[in-house]
Design a protein around this ligand. Structure first.
Ligand code: FES
Length: 155
């Protein structure tokens, strides 16, 4: 259950949007911040706030890869797997990160700290390979740069 101030803030944003659907991503992101991921309860709340059906919210949620319908770690690492980054070694960076974290893409570390996910172009193609953590984009990734960012030295 969200707090009354958060509900009011979301209602204010929805009222300011041209359409409720336009506000949907913003609402889902805020609810995701609140719950850690977009839980079934969050989908129901978003539907109520947006005057959409839960199924419509569900459909919108599955369209956006930064909206998580399953539990994720405290930090989600999105590694770009689109063409420019792939050509610059993105696949190798994903494999290196997976090795550092001891998980496969799509998984969360046992301590719940990181979730590793592939993603589509982050708009940082000229600086590939690229990734995003907590809405911050990193580019020109190398194994040592990755180790520094994630804070885990390769042992
Ligand atoms: S292809 Fe990776 S940021 Fe665009």
């Amino acid at each position: 259950m969200i707090s009354p101030p958060l509900a009011e803030e979301l209602k204010r944003r929805i009222a300011a949007a041209v359409t409720k659907r336009e506000a949907a991503v913003d609402v889902m992101k805020e609810l995701q911040r609140h719950y850690g991921w977009l839980t079934d309860e969050a989908v129901e709340e978003a539907a109520r706030l947006l005057d959409l059906s839960p199924l419509q919210v569900e459909e919108l949620a599955t369209f956006y890869e930064m909206i998580y319908r399953q539990p994720v770690g405290k930090q989600v690492i999105h590694v770009c797997d689109s063409i420019s980054c792939w050509a610059m070694g993105g696949e190798t960076m994903m494999a290196h990160l997976a090795g550092l974290l001891g998980i496969s893409p799509g998984e969360t570390t046992a301590d719940g700290r990181f979730t590793l996910l592939p993603c589509a172009c982050l708009g940082n193609c000229g600086n590939g390979p690229a990734m995003m953590i907590d809405e911050k984009i990193y580019g020109k990734l190398t194994p040592s740069v990755l180790e520094g960012i994630v804070g885990i030295a390769k042992g």
